[in-house]
Ligand binder design. Structure first.
Ligand code: 5RP
Length: 300
């Protein structure tokens, strides 16, 4: 017979008087910490809060998905060596399913932003033409916390890449998986505040739960006009101080994180750089403080 002590209620006339319902306390609010998520499902919110730290509200996403376009990119030759080294310093890994399955042990236990668009390589004229590269079933099988899809607004492939995004968002909403929409810029495209303001808002209006974009002038207006969290791309490798300034300005002007690749994994000391970026993202370090920290931490 099952042990029912403390579970089974004796037959009382009314509700058991020894139970405490705290009737004097107003019902709890969830106080969810991520903007634009109030009307999302519990599963979606759970995944979003694996990405955006509930304490700081921010995320350090390490982007290592370059190989799906560029092959063995400098700094990413051996993901199986790099990723475990950076594991404790980052919040999320953005990568392809091929890289994750072959180079990341499942005990890695950090949220995955799975690259779900594919279609061009550096061998093509341009890299703006993409399709959906991963079925939702495989996204679920991989326990991904988000799906990353690239869009090329203002190019001949605008409609195609918006369609990829919309189909991914639809599938994600069905299963509670957020979509991270990437504002990509083609070779000829201007990186103007007007463009980033328009593009981030369009992608959020299409239903993306996270938008990735580049930092630009007037960035506070870009983040204010976007109703979901923005994370900033790192872009090509900069001197470490400049990369930390980029992260600092982005966070100070309303970004909720960075989705940074080359400025971490191509740094002289990737681990020290990841730690320094994390100080800006989660501990309110200024760029100067984070740079001092980087110099003190990096292998001499
Ligand atoms: C390209 C991406 C890449 O993951 C990301 O931009 C690469 O990171 P970084 O530019 O910091 O090297 O989303 O669309």
């Amino acid at each position: 017979m099952a042990d029912m002590d403390g579970i089974k209620t004796n037959n009382h006339e009314g509700i058991d008087p020894s139970k405490n319902f705290h009737t004097e306390v107003a019902p709890g609010k969830t106080n969810y910490h991520i903007k634009g998520m109030d009307n999302m499902s519990w599963g979606m919110k759970d995944r979003m809060s694996r990405i955006f730290n509930p304490k700081s509200g921010n995320a350090l996403i390490l982007a290592v998905d370059h190989g799906y376009i560029s092959g063995a990119t400098k700094g990413l030759e051996r993901l199986d060596i790099l990723l475990p080294e950076l594991q404790e310093d980052i919040d999320v890994v953005m990568a392809t399913r091929g890289a994750i399955r072959t180079c990341l042990p499942p005990m890695f236990n950090k949220p995955i932003a799975l690259r779900c668009s594919a279609g061009s390589t550096v061998l093509s004229e341009d890299v703006t033409s993409e399709t959906i590269g991963v079925d939702i079933e495989d996204v679920i099988r991989m326990n991904a916390s988000a799906m990353a899809v690239q869009t090329f607004l203002g190019t001949k492939d605008e409609k195609e890449t918006i369609t990829n995004l919309c189909r991914t968002i639809d599938a994600g909403i069905k299963y509670g998986i957020p979509t991270l929409a990437v504002v990509a810029v083609g070779k000829q495209m201007a990186r103007s505040p007007q463009f980033f303001s328009l593009a981030t808002r369009v992608l959020a209006e299409l239903g993306a739960q996270i938008v990735k974009t580049y930092y630009c002038e007037d960035f506070e207006k870009v983040t204010s006009g976007c109703p979901v969290p923005i994370v900033v791309a790192g872009g090509k490798q900069l001197p470490p101080k400049e990369a930390l300034t980029l992260a600092y300005r982005a966070i100070s002007e309303g970004a909720r994180g960075v989705d940074m690749g080359r400025n971490i994994f191509q740094a002289e000391d990737p681990k020290a750089m990841a730690k320094a970026v994390a100080k800006v993202i989660h501990e309110k370090y200024t760029d100067n403080e984070a740079y001092e920290f980087y110099l003190d931490t990096k292998v001499k």
